[in-house]
Design a protein around this ligand. Structure first.
Ligand code: NAD
Length: 261
């Protein structure tokens, strides 16, 4: 059903974004990968996905902290595959942790811009094409921190709560136009970045890998197991399917029970 559709995934050179891109490529979408760099490795990654899945893929550089660059990404993606963007996955995100009274202002601004405001800019640019086509899927990768808070993450928690508000509003505005807008709220996902932290935490706490994972990292995740990148990718692909055409304006938690606590 997704054959030949164009999917743009922001922040998709690693982690969850790359996993979402792989899953949508598997479903037959043509893929636009994005990050703020523009290296041979970025373009090689797009070529690898295209050849693995027998689809077309392109890498388009755009810095999600810049509103004009967000809009240009959508325009360039439409030009590249000669059709309006059908699927938009807002995934780019960064993190910084500090007490609120010591939180660097530039870090606050960057997190709000990349994790939240970029979603507005890409959605704003993509919606006219989706409306004209009478079909569209917008999936915002939020977080368990869109529904709950943790200390020292004021900017991240604020941005992710904002994304859920935007998700609901856009869904209502587009409800009769064949366009859905939803969020996915992952708990702790085993990305390469998280994997790297495990030996560091083992050394810091003088604990075994299992103890670090269970009692330090996944203390708030009742299953005591990481969410996988594939699980977030497959949940996103489900939200893009026909089965999900009546699911709009909501969020799906993939968090091992975190937000049930
Ligand atoms: P990651 O660091 O592996 O990937 C982030 C991606 O965003 C990278 O491709 C990076 O290049 C890109 N990016 C960063 N700044 C950018 C910018 N200014 N412009 C364009 N691209 C930019 O992180 P991840 O863990 O895969 O996180 C992806 C999303 O999932 C984020 O929105 C994050 O908040 C969310 N999330 C992650 C977890 C987790 O446990 N890893 C949990 C919940 C939600």
């Amino acid at each position: 059903m997704l054959n030949g559709k164009t999917a743009v995934i922001t922040g998709s050179t690693s982690g969850i974004g790359l996993g979402v891109a792989e899953e949508l490529a598997k479903q037959g979408c043509n893929i636009v990968l994005n990050s703020f760099t523009d290296t041979d490795a970025d373009h090689a990654l797009a070529a690898r996905i295209a050849s693995d899945h027998g689809i077309q893929a392109a890498y388009i550089s755009a810095d999600m902290s810049d509103g004009e660059a967000c809009a240009a990404l959508i325009e360039k993606a439409a030009d590249r595959f000669d059709r309006a963007v059908d699927i938009l996955v807002n995934n780019a995100g960064i993190q910084f942790v500090a007490p609120v009274d010591e939180f660097p202002v530039e870090k606050w601004d960057a997190i709000i811009a990349i994790n939240m405001t970029s979603n507005f800019h890409t959605i704003r640019a993509a919606v006219p094409g989706m409306k004209a086509a009478g079909w569209g899927r917008i999936v915002n990768i939020a977080s368990a921190h869109g529904l709950t808070a943790s200390p020292y993450k004021s900017a991240y928690v604020t941005a992710k709560h904002g994304v859920l508000g935007l998700t609901k509003t856009v869904a209502l505005e587009l409800a009769e136009q064949g366009v859905t807008c939803n969020a996915v709220c992952p708990g702790y996902v085993l990305t390469p970045l998280v994997e790297k932290q495990i030996p560091e935490q083992m050394a810091a706490h003088k604990m075994s890998r299992d103890d670090v994972v269970r009692n330090v990292m996944l203390q708030r995740q009742p299953t005591r197991d990481f969410v996988s990148i594939e699980q977030v990718g497959q949940t996103t692909a489900f939200l893009c399917s026909d089965a999900a055409s009546q699911i709009t304006g909501t969020s799906i938690s993939v968090d091992g029970g975190w937000t049930a606590l």
